[in-house]
Design a protein around this ligand. Structure first.
Ligand SMILES: *Cc1c(COP(=O)(O)O)cnc(C)c1O
Length: 338
């Protein structure tokens, strides 16, 4: 039985074209700044997002943490939604790496508004923890792949700029967001001071994330990356996969979104599913019937050849990606209804 893999879009394997690109990539020592493929990837994304510079690193976690440590000082705080990856899933890095505190807000499916942020900024008072960064996530993983509207981002961005508070984006799935909203990388580059972009999620590269920002910021981030052990050598083999993904695997994200909507429709017919979060990108989060336990349900589905993730006690998450095609979707429907 071929497994239907829906636990995460990190399960993608490099396509044949991507493997060829990796094998033939020109290489050098990136710690010396001499890997042509790494430089090409960094240039490509900096240009695309209208930023001065970019930095390639092993993971989205490292990329976010570099941004936080390069921006926020010990004793200051980061403002973000309570569902944020930077808070929930980065090993306490805000505290452990940057020595900073965090102020959590409760948004709508993980999305904050300008008024919420405005109300959360600490007063100019020696008793307060100084607010030194606002961090948004787009799409919001725990929000079921929710996206921000341009109006909302415009408002938040203008506000943060007026208050001189750096605005960071955890854009692990920013290409998924752009695929549905039609927003452009250049717009994101004007809204945000720093953006972390994952190549190893929907884009299908085996490893890697890129942080973009202005030159002084990226210089600082590079020092943080070194300290975190992320100074790497002939990383061009991985960068080449990222370049290939950007050139060939962005448009297909629409297919993932379509299949995610179909999964949600199928799930809505199941008697053990009580509701589905709105599906706009490649993430489907369903709430299961009272009394059922997500871990048990996930184990039961695994018996049917469907792999998905428990997401808290009463939720289950399915994520579509390039390793899940229409055949898999048909098999999914049969198996889950069986
Ligand atoms: C996956 C993910 C990251 C980064 O994860 P890594 O596994 O460290 O690459 C960051 N933010 C969000 C929202 C994610 O989904």
């Amino acid at each position: 039985m071929k497994i239907i893999e829906l636990r995460s879009d990190t399960f993608t394997l490099p396509t044949p074209g991507m493997r060829d690109a990796m094998f033939s990539a020109p290489l050098g020592d990136d710690v010396f700044g001499e890997d042509p493929s790494v430089l090409a990837l960094e240039n490509k994304l900096a240009t695309m997002f209208h930023k001065e510079a970019a930095l390639f690193c092993p993971s989205g976690t490292m990329s976010n943490q570099m941004a936080i440590s390069a921006t926020v000082s010990k004793g200051q705080e980061v403002i973000c939604d309570e569902l944020s990856h930077i808070y929930l899933y980065e090993g306490g890095g805000i505290m452990a790496n940057a020595g900073a505190s965090v102020k959590l807000l409760k948004g709508d499916l993980g999305r904050l508004t300008k008024s919420q942020i405005e109300a959360a900024i600490s007063p100019d008072d020696i008793h307060a923890c100084e607010s030194a960064m606002v961090s948004l996530e787009n799409t919001v993983n725990k929000g079921g792949g929710s996206v921000y509207t341009s109006e909302n981002l415009e408002e938040i961005s203008s506000f943060c700029r007026a208050k001189a508070i750096p605005l960071h984006l955890d854009g692990a799935r920013i290409f998924n967001a752009m695929a549905v909203t039609g927003q452009s990388p250049a717009q994101f580059g004007t809204w945000f001071d720093s953006i972390s972009i994952c190549l190893s999620k929907g884009l299908g590269a085996p490893v890697g994330s890129v942080l973009v920002g202005n030159a002084a910021f990226i210089k600082k981030a590079k020092r943080v990356r070194k300290r975190l052990g992320g100074g790497w050598r002939q990383a061009g083999m991985l960068a080449a996969a990222g370049i290939y993904a950007l050139d060939h695997q962005v448009e297909r994200l629409q297919e993932d979104h379509q299949r995610a909507r179909t999964i949600a429709e199928i799930c809505s017919t199941l008697d053990w599913v009580v509701m589905t979060l709105p599906v706009v990108t490649n993430i489907v989060i369903v709430k299961i019937q009272d009394g059922l336990n997500s871990t048990n349900k996930v184990a039961e589905l695994a018996q049917k050849g469907i792999k998905c993730s428990p997401f808290g006690v009463d939720y289950i998450r399915f994520v579509t990606h390039l390793g899940f095609d229409d055949d898999d979707l048909n098999r999914f429907e049969k198996a889950i209804k069986a």
